[in-house]
Design a protein around this ligand. Structure first.
Ligand code: FES
Ligand code: FES
Length: 157
């Protein structure tokens, strides 16, 4: 029989207690156990940033971050951004700037940019580029994404 452990997480401000295998990644737990499929898995090797979520306010690659290492922590995913159907200024700016096409990178971009703007509410263009340098996009050419983050910063996040 496989070893399992009990973990407790706050996920988007809701308490969750789960019995999992120690080898399970945070992405697996979010997607397969909690149904939070907004977090995407693309490279599965901590390269592309598609799976970026926040653990205690810091970005992690959920594809390689073990869920046991988030035990006792607060996890935020893309599902936790909008409240009562109201988008955050950052999400709205992604729409206004047409900052996505296929959208596969978008949840990770949004979470990385959320962390960036929480730490630095008024970033320069270079700081935005630096803040998103772990997130790859194959569609947009990046310019609209950077513009969206700058627009959200102007709007006060
Ligand atoms: S899927 Fe996690 S970094 Fe690419
Ligand atoms: S919008 Fe397609 S990968 Fe970014």
């Amino acid at each position: 029989m496989r070893e399992t452990v009990e973990i407790s997480l706050q996920v988007n401000e809701r308490a969750q207690s789960l019995r999992i295998e120690p080898r399970e990644t945070l992405a697996d737990v979010l997607r397969d156990r909690l149904g939070l499929t907004g977090t995407k898995v693309s490279c599965d090797a901590q390269v592309c940033g598609a799976c970026t979520v926040l653990v205690d306010g810091r970005t992690v690659s959920a594809c390689t971050f073990l869920a046991v290492d988030a035990d006792g922590g607060a996890v935020r995913t893309v599902e936790g951004l909008a409240r009562d159907g109201v988008l955050t200024p950052l999400q709205q700016a992604f729409i206004d700037e047409a900052a996505f096409q296929c959208g596969f990178c978008t949840p990770g971009m949004l979470m990385a940019a959320t962390a960036l703007l929480e730490e630095n509410p008024h970033p320069t263009e270079d700081e935005v580029k630096e803040g998103l340098d772990g997130n790859l996009c194959r569609c947009t050419g990046y310019a609209p994404i950077v513009a969206a983050v700058l627009r959200a910063a102007e709007a006060g996040r």
